[in-house]
Design a protein around this ligand. Sequence first.
Ligand SMILES: Nc1ncnc2c1ncn2[C@@H]1O[C@H](COP(=O)(O)OP(=O)(O)OP(=O)(O)O)[C@@H](O)[C@H]1O
Ligand SMILES: [Mg+2]
Length: 412
Amino acid sequence: MKKRIGIIGGGQLGLMIAQAAHRLDAFVTALDPSPDAPAFAEADARIVGAFDDLAALERLCEASDVVTYEFENVPGDILRHLEGKYNIKQGIAPLFDSQDRLREKDNARMHGLEPPRYRAVPAIDDVPLDAEACAALSPQSRLLHLGMSVGKIGMPCVLKTRTLGYDGHGQAIIRDMEDMEKAADLLSVPCILEEMVDFDFECSVIMVSDGKDIIHFPVSRNIHRDGILDLCIVPASGLQNGGGENDLCRRITASCESFMKSCSYRGILAIELFVKGDRFYFNEMAPRPHNSGHWTIEGCTTSQYMELCHFLLGLPLKRPELISPAVMKNILGQDLDAAKTVVAESLVGAGPGIEVSASEDVDNAFCGEAGKGVYVHLYGKTQSRPKRKMGHITFVPMTPERYYSGWAARFV
Ligand SMILES: Nc1ncnc2c1ncn2[C@@H]1O[C@H](COP(=O)(O)OP(=O)(O)OP(=O)(O)O)[C@@H](O)[C@H]1O
Ligand SMILES: [Mg+2]
């Protein structure tokens, strides 16, 4: 009988988990509130339900031998209820720890990773105000609270809502008084204020642990635009020495692995870091496959999705090796037409019987090689918007120099 994997969340991460699970002959059920969620196209069974709909979540768990999550904001009390009853193999601890930026950074420090300097705000005598107290603050007192914290952290700094932020949403950079007045609006909910790290570059470490062995993927260098991941480059310059990891990279991966062990997390964990000189700072973590690991599907001997599934199915983990230098380009709404054109061009050359002349002929969902070493993944989201993640392209083999001189100009 096939092993049954349940996925809480049906976005692109769920889609790619389901693709890997199918390669291991598992049966996949996904749950998502949206009837046209990308993962539903790949899943064997689907449950349309909200992430706080306990009955729907229980149906998912009952239909699965093992459950994972790709969505981070399932309410904690619901998770606690499910954890005791069903096989949520990663446990809920890493999810709970990552749901609140204050808890996440306190936890990182406690387990040996250094975040940028931060403070909870609004707070009185260093005790953070709760959501209700924040909502009751007048605009003047918000500004006063922010002013006191900015005084302690210094400018420039970044104000972030503690919960529910993603892709730069719920954040404000503060460089001067004018920014401070605009940012103070965020303080109607609990926030965290962080020093702005003048980093040399960003990178991420993706690990999978089965409680005994721990593996990590080659570290990618991540380039963000407007707070959203734009490019991943592997190997990461600054972290490589000839063919292998340099000393800094080894310190980064060893610290991340030791953090994961110290927290007793199992399954998959991605850690985003800022690198400055020979120091590195913990930015945030995600106990699920990560956008900066999409490239592992074609660029590594095994992918983040496959290793998560190995863990879920109780199969031995496989240590990933880089196949060739790779570049991953995120396709946001503004780049969707360009990505479709890349696919259309490859189909034009595909031979008799296939005629594609314009980008609109390409279905929104596509997964495959569009030209040699150009792997296009379009997630099939029915609504495209600027800044919405609609797909990605992994180029392998590819160097950043070749990407910038050849491909970059095709995208916005
Ligand atoms: N303290 C900081 N110093 C410097 N840059 C920062 C800082 N915090 C955030 N940034 C920049 O903003 C980006 C997004 O921030 P962060 O990862 O906290 O938010 P997010 O909304 O959870 O993003 P995502 O969901 O895309 O990971 C970072 O990758 C980095 O480029
Ligand atoms: Mg981030």
